[in-house]
Design a binder for this molecule. Structure first.
Ligand code: 5AD
Ligand code: SF4
Length: 439
């Protein structure tokens, strides 16, 4: 039996991309293997959003050198955002001459065919497609790994060019999938028993802006809302500049729409937001939060926040803390700004690392306190969760998520996976809730 391992870095877009790569390998008779050192094919699906993501991938690729020396037939493939960066095919070849196939982001769907070619000719392949707006490839064989949850791409690429971000350079211009293909995917997944669908895109709520038929994200949600079956619909990521009343109204009117919005604010200072090219102000962001609270009172808002962007002063940072206090996010991903070559912010005057570290600790402290306070509000409440896995650390315990995406632990076994159950919350920790099943 031929074996494969895929090592994935970065966001959910990459996790889903890896499911497509797995589909291509399984079509060719390979089976999944957790231990990459004993695999016939090892794929590194990489990320480059921050320097740490790159360092991690580089370290793990380097670690395979000795294994490959002993097992010369092992095929090593490096794909994704890191390899798509300008000059990286050359850099990877020089640094790791034992890599067999290098592909970027937009030609990952060709990995199966490139592997066939490599096995036939035994000639190394480096193929990076630099087309600005490559064709969307509709991948049919996807080896999904996250039942009862499934991802569905709605857009690829990004047109926003936030000044700190490498994504528009490595994922090309925004391309929207045809809404009929998306609806088809969702219906097929529901037929197969999936219970939660997440629409994926770098900026989901600008869906359709590249199409010329007037179709937009609100239209797409409206069509999905017509599906008369019980499931949960999530989407990520939303950009504050493209979130509007129409979208919120559809979310409010449809019980299948998860009451949770991931809305990255990045910073609280309007001056910094302008330098980031985010195209909204602190006031506009607060207005959006107010609108969400009014139309969807039960809705959780989560966010991404960055500290230490070039030019960020202490006063700017205090604006971020103020925004965090006012918005009361259910949770936040917090990041230290990381320089990315080729972006506008890389050429701006940088902030000392010590200041960045000090700011992120203050930010995390504040957000943790808010997250804990919000978690406490669930005590005694009965919530519906979708059970999605067994708790690997505690035997006889399963995990699930509420509609607003809170993690809940409850006694139970594997048979509950994929079921919606009601749980009374008996204990609340910052990152997870604990409860008992109620009939
Ligand atoms: N440095 C730090 N964080 C970044 N992000 C994007 N680019 C960078 C960077 N250069 C963060 C943003 C984004 C999330 C996916 O990653 O907060 O929303
Ligand atoms: Fe990067 Fe901004 Fe596009 Fe998000 S919207 S991927 S942060 S450029």
């Amino acid at each position: 039996m031929k074996k494969y391992t895929i090592i994935t870095y970065g966001c959910q877009m990459n996790v889903h991309e890896s499911e497509k790569i797995a589909g291509a390998l399984e079509e060719r008779g390979y089976v999944e293997n957790a231990d990459e050192t004993t695999s016939d094919v090892v794929v590194f699906n990489t990320c480059c959003i921050r320097e740490t993501a790159e360092q991690k991938a580089m370290g793990n690729i380097g670690a395979l050198k000795q294994i490959k020396k002993k097992n010369k037939n092992m095929v090593i493939i490096v794909s994704g955002c890191m390899s798509q960066q300008k000059g990286y095919d050359k850099l990877l070849k020089e640094k790791f001459p034992f890599i067999d196939i290098i592909v970027g982001t937009t030609n990952q769907s060709k990995i199966g065919e490139l592997l066939d070619e490599y096995l036939l000719k035994h000639k190394k392949i480096a193929q990076i497609d630099n087309t600005e707006k490559p064709e969307i490839v509709e991948v049919k064989s996807i080896a999904r790994t996250s039942y009862p949850h499934a991802w569905v791409n709605i857009t690829y690429g990004c047109n926003n060019f936030c000044t700190y971000c490498i994504v528009p350079y490595v994922r090309g211009r925004e391309r929207s999938r045809n809404y009929k293909d998306i609806l088809n995917d969702i219906n097929n997944l529901l037929d197969q028993g999936y219970k939660e669908i997440t629409l994926l895109g770098q900026n989901v709520n600008s869906y359709g802006s590249d199409l010329d038929d007037g179709i937009d994200f609100a239209f797409l949600l409206g069509e999905i809302a017509k599906i008369d079956r019980k499931f949960r619909l999530r989407f990520m990521t939303s950009h504050p500049k493209d979130l509007n009343e129409k979208i919120l109204d559809i979310m409010a009117s449809c019980p299948n729409m998860s009451k949770c919005i991931h809305l990255p604010c990045q910073a609280g200072s309007s001056k910094v937001l302008a330098a980031m090219n985010r195209r909204y102000t602190k006031e506009h962001y607060l207005h959006l939060v107010e609108m969400i609270r009014e139309k969807l009172p039960e809705c959780a808002i989560t966010t991404d926040i960055m500290v230490g962007f070039p030019t960020e002063t202490e006063e700017d940072f205090l604006d971020t803390l103020d925004l965090v206090e006012k918005c009361r996010f259910s949770s936040a991903f917090t990041f230290i700004y990381s320089r990315r070559k080729g972006t506008i912010a890389d050429k701006m005057e940088q902030i000392p690392y010590k200041i960045k570290q000090e700011r992120i600790s203050r930010l995390i402290k504040l957000q943790n306190q808010i997250t804990a306070e919000i978690s406490d509000t669930y005590l005694g409440k009965t919530v519906e969760i979708l059970v999605d896995c067994i708790n690997n650390k505690k035997s006889g315990v399963v995990c699930g998520r509420t509609d607003d995406n809170k993690l809940v632990n409850v006694k139970g076994d594997e048979s509950l996976i994929g079921q919606f159950i009601n749980v009374k919350i008996t204990d609340a920790k910052m990152s997870a809730l604990y409860g008992e099943i109620v009939e």
